[in-house]
Structure formats: C-alpha cells, structure tokens
Design a protein around this ligand. Sequence first.
Ligand SMILES: [Zn+2]
Length: 341
Amino acid sequence: MAGTAALLLVLQALVAPAAAPPGLKPPDATPPSSYAAPNMVHFELAATKYLSAVTTGSVRVRTGPGTNYASITLLVEGTRVKLLKKNSKGWWQVTIGRKTGWMKGSYLKLSTKAATNAIGYLASGKGFEDNGDKGPNKTSRVVLTYDDCPKTLSDFNAVLKYVQAKNIGLAIAPTGDCIADFEDRYGVNLATLARAKGQWVINHSAVHQDLRPLSCAAAARQLRLTGVSTNYGRPPHGAVDGSVECAYASAGMNIWTWDVSTQDWEHENKALTISRAVTKAKRGSSVLMHMWTPGFTPDAIRQIKEGLSKRGLSLCRAYRGMDNAGAITTTPRYLPDSLPC
Ligand SMILES: [Zn+2]
C-alpha cells in the first residue's frame, strides 16, 4: 500500500503542476527575483551565480521548454541537476547524467553549488553491451548487482549474512514473480530481508518480459504490477528503447543498468564470473550478476572483494546512514540521488 500511496503522490505532482492557490501567480510565470535580471528576457547561465538546482518534487525533464514537449525522464524529489540556461518563461535547460532537457523552474531550488552530475545517473541501457551506466553510485567504490531470483532462501540468507559481516552493500533486483514465490514458499519478503541488512533493492519488473515490444503505457502497467516499489529499476534483459524509457518515467523510476557485465547467465561458471568482475571493474562500476548463478555465494563475493582489492578497488559498503557512520541500518525504499557507498 505504501507503494501505491507514493505512486499517487507522484501522479498528483504530475497532473497538477500549474495549480497555484487562488490569488497567487502561476508558479512559472515569473522567475524568482533572486536571479531575475530586469532588462534581460533571455540570458545564459554565465550571467548568474547559480550552477545547479535540486528538484523540489517529482518533475519531468522534457525535450523543450513547455509541457507540450515530450518527456525524457522523470526525476524524483531531491535530484540535483546541472543548470545550462533559462528562457523567458522560467524554464531551465539542464543536464542530468548524459541527458539534456528542459524543466519548469518552479520545481527547482537553485544553488551555487556545482553539480557533480556524474555520468550515467539516468542511463539508457542498450542491450547486453556494457554501456557506462554506474547508476546512483557516484563514488569510486564498485557495486555488485544481482538480478532475478535466488534458488533458495538459504542461498539468499547466506549471502546476506556474509555481506553484513563484511560491511558490503549490494544492489539486488528481484522480479515481482520472485518476491511472490518466496512469500509463498517461505513466508518472507526478499526486499524487506535485504533492506534490513543495509542492502539496496531495486525493481526488475513483474515477470521479466522484454518491454520493448510494448507501448509506453502497457510497459508502464507492467512496471506497476507486483514487484519492488522504488525509484530505480533495471529493465529485463537490460533492453531499453524510447518506449521503455517513457514507461520507466511514467512509473516514476530511473533506469539503472550496468557498466560491467560478467555474462554469468550464459556460462554459469563461478570462476569466470569472479574473474570478469575483478578484471573488468573500474572505479565506480556497477557489475551485473544474477542471484541464481554460482556467483551469488559468500565465497564468490569474498574472491571478488579480494581480487578488486589487489587492483586498488573497494566494494560499496552496507548502508550505515547517509554519513556512513554507526551501525548497519535498514536502507530506504527510495534510493538517494547519490548512494553513500
Ligand atoms: Zn533479469
């Protein structure tokens, strides 16, 4: 139910952006006086002190400055974007990840802080190829990500116990089918179990269907079916096209694919999975693996950790709050703009 409520909030924010209280000007009619240059109808950012902005609600990035332009993506509240320029109607051209688009100024809190704007915050996965997407991890630490479903609850618990003991933070992407299956078989919710151990849990659709043949609306319905309710999702098969991007945007999720694939689903070989993870990972990588393969064991993760360490790389740590201090605690359902890896 919490997911439905969150979705409703997102939808409310989308359908009623211009509804100003009576007596007030519509929110985007006048630029805030703090940065309005009186004699300029249009000015470049260089003329202002503002470098970035943080979204104050769920807001769309569009291909042009107006609600009649197509949506590129949907940003959740608290996302930092880099400001490029503003037009006379109060719309800002921004960049986020590798994307550039326009946003309504009334949904932006302007800041003089520079946007780090790490590559790949909002990524377009292009199939199985490694595509540079490091998701919301902007640190130099490597995130091991595991998709689909574990074979048994004891496999899952063994990994959780190990990563908790070693202060490792994985990203787990179970399908809706998987969550339901484990609820039936064992009476547990895998997402809840993982979050309680400081692990990140993202959506992987309901039934793992390739979403590309579906319309945006039909794919969005797929994403709203059973499954993990959050603001990040990994498209089944990493398959993304314009319609899939549209579906994720309308379901209120950012896409997170990977930049390093171990191809573990093809070979199901533990040693090969480990060696590919270790040799291909770079600073800040997201490594793709699957929970049903032999790469999802405490020993495989231990070997990957050791191998990376020899290359001067560290794994993302379990969640201990945004300041990364204190004991491991439950991760939030909605991932922050930047994971405290
Ligand atoms: Zn998958």
